[in-house]
Design a protein. Sequence first.
Length: 437
Amino acid sequence: MTHPSSAVPSPEPVTEARSGSGCPVSPVPDAVALSGPGFHTEPRALYHAMRRDHGAVVPVELAGDVPAWLVIGYRELHQVTSDGELFPRDVGLWNQWGSLPEDWPLLPMVGRPMPSIYFTAGAEHRRHAEMVGPALEGVEPHELRGHCEQLADRLIDDVCRRGTADLIADFAEPLPVLVLARLVGFPDDEGLRIAQVLKELADGGPGAQEAHLRFGEHMRRLLAARRAEPGNDVTSRMLAHPEAFTDEEYVLDLMAITAAGHLTTADWIGNSMRLMLTDDEFAEALAGGRRSVAEAMNEVLWEDGPTQILAGRWAARDTQLGGRSIRAGDMLLLGLGAANADPHMRQHMPATGSLSGQGGNSAHLAFSHGEYRCPFPAQEIAEIIARTGIEVLLDRLPDLELAVGAQDLVRRPSAFLRGMTSLPVRFTPVRPTGDSL
């Protein structure tokens, strides 16, 4: 695994703040532009510079010069995510609504006020969680592993005779969404179409808004199909919940479940494979049986987590955080990746011989924290998908090696999500399993 270099670049400062609609907003001196190559190449170095120059709470600006605060301190992030009254996940509180353009590209990621498990607060959020949680808990782990093995074999069969593959496009990205599509009740042929929609949505580019609309259409069709013909799937269990929800609520919750689990799990697979293929020490330990796939995956959650920044929380009133004056309605972004690297937290962690010094320690914030932490059943589903997929891949193609230099690997251009755009590999061609599904 590569680590930040000792030469720490300073993040790009922003001296003038204007909203995307041209209306002025309150500038924050020395705000950091939340974009640029530093987030894709050496985010640890960038976070180090932020902490040095700004402390645990950093003034930042998003696309269109939209102001926010990035919380990069481990203790401060715990404080924000633990206090749902002072820092609720209530996007309706945002003091920037009057200045945002309708086509702001990050709007699907930040969200609008809507009746979804992810965009409601307090009792309303708990009402959704009480319906979604049991529906996810109904996923049987043994059956899930069977789906993962079958679909992983199918994807590997498509490339195994070639001797070359792109582990991101050919494996890591399609596998989670194919599995999730089955779990919520979609037929296999619709899973790949949903994968493309979710990728466009997460990249936050010009097509994000249109992708969000297509995503909703997929879920509306699924809801109608499962209402007409229930099955052993997440959607049917949601519909069977004693309390009735509106079609809009069901659709939005299904969108939240699928979107939250797809690209993050894909990047967990991709980043774990990158670690195994680029770090000689880890690869040798894995081959010698001294390290496991699970350890590689946990290392990634500490050092190279799929979700680097999560939006968000909004201040319910004027307050102080990390020495900063936060105004009512200000947005706070959760810097999960930066908080995991907080030196004030790291110095209290016991050394265990792991490359990261964390070993099996699971005190990381990769799944966030507090009321909106990724629910345990969802974490378990993601872990089973990622671990089973990697184990099948290594079993089928045991001599995998990078087809390019590690320095030539390219990260996705996003400050929020950390994953590879491609992971070219070569291997000895093998026969397919013959499982055509």
